[in-house]
Write a protein that binds this ligand. Structure first.
Ligand code: AMP
Ligand code: MG
Length: 415
């Protein structure tokens, strides 16, 4: 690392410090229907065999395989729907009309589907007196055995697994409608700046819309966490004193802006007044000014991450430092985005010894592998650079020039 950056810590050091402070949150009960995206806190075991009874995989006739012969007629002695059972024990040369999911009558060992008999499916409760076998089937065909999905007592979902729609379905199969999950973090999100105005309001001269809290709040949502949007704070000392109002129920405080070395950048003072700063300034671009500290609010210690104000800086810092801890708090094991190695399409100069995160659109070529097209404008306020990119190509601190065609690691910003 070159001397000019001696006050800045590396991305890895910053990540190590931040990540070490967060663990998965406590457990909570959740209605199964609302549990998608949560991490399961307690293992779920099969309460019974699934399916619970041998049942038919087809609409057709339950038969004894030894009675089957091509063109032979069997006597139809009853009908069972998916909800009903029959006590009749199938005798020689008998058949029972049966629907998909119906329990297999005692004595039957095979189901022959309608299509292989002279009898077509039809609506209504009646059934023919006899049925002719048009085609043979094998013994045991079209019977779904009890326990073939899950055996009673077997693990259905391990604790620590992310609940997906199929997992919800599997759990519901056992009649369970509530699960124990890891809580989701709530982030207090606060924009700062005299010039910042909420979208939907009227802009006065010199003002700009608060785009960052919109991007960051939806990124929080996409990480599975929740946010609480606070009022925009102006840069005067009196307003900054109100910074932590209504924050003490949150798991993390994130501010946007006011964290550089400008005259109005008061975030660091605010943290120091209520707690202490762990570090300020990371050897990266975009996103050098990032404050990480801890404040004491009504005897509760809460961490505060002060994101830089420039739009791309705040977003890249969210990806590198906040998204992983939101995942960690939810109990998710794999907290990192996928990384790939791609050839870049233009020369890049990186003279100030900082780690650069270049916005790039990555495509996969059948023969050439991953190709990263580096977005033309890489300034820290260029939102379009993120809109038209799906990855962050990492240019290491010590590389002054990267040539077109060289390979760089890329963090993929999409799942
Ligand atoms: P600051 O770190 O407060 O000096 O902000 C750096 C730059 O980012 C300034 O040009 C701000 O106007 C801009 N900025 C700060 N906060 C936001 C925000 N929430 N939305 C859009 N731009 C912002
Ligand atoms: Mg500001």
């Amino acid at each position: 690392m070159r001397k000019i950056n001696k006050d800045l810590i590396s991305v890895e050091e910053a990540q190590k410090i931040i990540f070490s402070k967060f663990n998965s949150l406590g457990e909570t009960k959740k209605k199964l229907i609302d549990s998608s995206g949560y991490v399961l806190a307690k293992e779920i075991k099969a309460l019974f065999d699934l399916p619970s009874k041998n049942n038919s995989a087809m609409d057709g006739f339950a038969v004894r395989h030894e009675d089957l012969e091509k063109n032979k007629s069997l006597k139809v002695v009853g009908r069972v729907g998916a909800e009903s059972i029959t006590n009749h024990v199938l005798q020689k040369d008998e058949a029972i009309r049966i629907m998909t999911g119906s329990g297999i009558p005692n004595g039957a060992d095979t189901v022959i589907q309608f299509e292989k008999t002279n009898n077509n499916p039809h609506k209504g409760d009646d059934y023919p007196d006899s049925v002719i076998i048009n085609e043979m089937v094998n013994k045991g065909d079209n019977i779904r055995l009890s326990g073939m999905d899950y055996k009673a007592g077997e693990t259905v979902v391990n604790s620590g697994m992310l609940i997906t729609p199929p997992i919800i379905g599997a759990i519901a199969s056992f009649g369970i409608d509530e699960v124990i999950v890891i809580k989701k973090p709530i982030v207090s999100l606060i924009s700062t700046g005299n010039e910042i105005v909420m979208p939907g309001e009227k802009l006065k001269e010199g003002q700009i819309f608060d785009s960052n809290s919109f991007a960051i709040s939806s990124a929080i949502k996409n990480s599975g966490a929740d946010f609480k949007m606070h009022k925009i704070l102006s840069d005067n000392k009196a307003d900054v004193k109100k910074l932590y109002e209504d924050c003490n129920q949150s798991d993390l405080i994130v501010t946007i802006g006011g964290v550089s070395k400008g005259d109005f950048d008061l975030i660091r003072d605010a943290i120091t007044e209520k707690g202490n700063i762990s570090f300020w300034g990371i050897n990266m671009k975009p996103g050098k000014p990032l404050a990480f500290g801890q404040v004491n609010l009504n005897n509760k210690e809460i961490f505060h991450i002060g994101l830089p104000g420039n739009s791309v800086s705040s977003y890249v810092c969210f990806e590198l430092f906040i998204r992983p801890i939101l995942m960690k708090m939810q109990g998710i094991k794999n907290i990192h985005r996928k990384k790939i190695v791609a050839k870049i399409d233009k020369e890049i100069k990186n003279k100030d010894g900082r780690r650069a995160y270049l916005r790039a659109m990555v495509n996969k070529d059948e023969e050439k592998g991953y190709l990263a097209s580096i977005y033309e404008r890489q300034d820290s306020n260029i939102f379009s650079s993120l809109v038209y990119s799906n990855g962050l190509a990492i240019c290491p601190e010590e590389y002054k020039v990267i040539k077109s065609g060289d390979q760089l690691e890329v963090i993929m910003l999409e799942d």
